[in-house]
Design a binder for this molecule. Structure first.
Ligand SMILES: Cc1cc2nc3c(=O)[nH]c(=O)nc-3n(C[C@H](O)[C@H](O)[C@H](O)COP(=O)(O)OP(=O)(O)OC[C@H]3O[C@@H](n4cnc5c(N)ncnc54)[C@H](O)[C@@H]3O)c2cc1C
Length: 247
């Protein structure tokens, strides 16, 4: 529906066209892409897991590194779905931006349990075995990560253990639904969160914008960036109007 609205307002939508460089040319921005250059007056970049790298293309190096955290879900088998009639959430731990595993009843009737939050070895690392050496080196070589690891290595180790052990994952779920049986959960889908990490080892738990004159970068967009996407989109549009002097 949003795509149709954009098109009917005269906009175009380009997919499968990665931006590989951003250069200022007079009053224009030249976006180098995998399918040729795009010349625009102003640009807003919301690049998620690649936000820091896309920002660096226009010279905005910022203070954060994006660290990918994979989140896996288990699905409840149909006979266990009655155990979860609504959403079951933990009380958040303010030290971490991730909520911890919880239960979500979906509109199609399925119930998902998760996600965990385990360091992914690739920004597009949706499976445990996915490794990208450049991504991994960027994380392990960052001062912020070393500080984070020194502070929370126990939490990180527990997440890795829970990632590999269904029993450990189930134990975490049973804190909320004690009746849940091991045969009532099956491995489900995974996602990767883009989490900005500051040099002092702090996980940035708020939105962060950057850029200059005619480029606006969304450098960190944590949850609830999906749930509240329309409101956040409106806020970013207002900032863009102001920054690009479009009013
Ligand atoms: C497992 C999991 C559970 C979550 N649960 C919730 C939740 O319950 N509620 C909630 O609100 N949020 C949740 N989130 C977080 C939410 O998904 C993100 O905050 C949100 O998607 C961020 O939106 P975004 O548009 O900034 O980035 P994204 O949705 O990541 O979009 C970025 C886009 O930029 C594109 N891109 C990147 N680099 C380039 C490039 N060089 N050229 C062109 N395109 C590029 C990518 O392909 C991608 O399409 C969850 C995330 C995960 C992984």
């Amino acid at each position: 529906a949003i795509a149709a609205e954009i098109r009917s307002a005269g906009g175009t939508i380009e997919t499968s066209r990665a931006v590989t460089g951003i250069a200022e040319r007079g009053r224009e921005q030249v976006l180098a892409t995998t399918r040729g250059d795009l010349v625009v007056r102003d640009a807003v970049a919301c690049a998620g897991l690649w936000a820091d790298r896309v920002a660096a293309m226009s010279g905005d190096r910022g203070t954060e590194t994006i660290v990918p955290f994979r989140g896996d879900y288990y699905r409840l088998t149909p006979d266990a779905r009655h155990l979860v009639r609504g959403l079951i959430y933990p009380v958040p731990d303010p030290r971490f931006p991730f909520l911890g595993v919880h239960f979500t009843r979906r509109i199609d009737g399925e119930v998902w349990a998760g996600p965990n939050a385990v360091l992914a070895f690739a920004r597009a690392g949706y499976r445990r075995r996915d490794i990208d050496l450049r991504d991994l080196a960027a994380v392990l070589g960052s001062r912020g990560f070393l500080r984070l690891a020194a502070r929370y290595w126990r939490t990180g180790a527990a997440e890795f253990w829970r990632d590999w052990s269904k029993k450990a994952f189930l134990r975490a779920l049973r804190r909320y639904v004690p009746e849940l049986g091991a045969e009532q959960i099956t491995f489900g889908p995974s996602g990767v969160r883009a989490q900005a990490l500051d040099r002092d080892g702090r996980l940035v738990d708020d939105f962060r914008l950057g850029g200059s004159g005619h480029v606006l970068h969304v450098r960190n967009a944590p949850s609830p960036a999906a749930t509240a996407s329309l409101a956040i989109g409106r806020e970013i549009a207002e900032r863009a109007i102001e920054r690009f002097d479009l009013a």
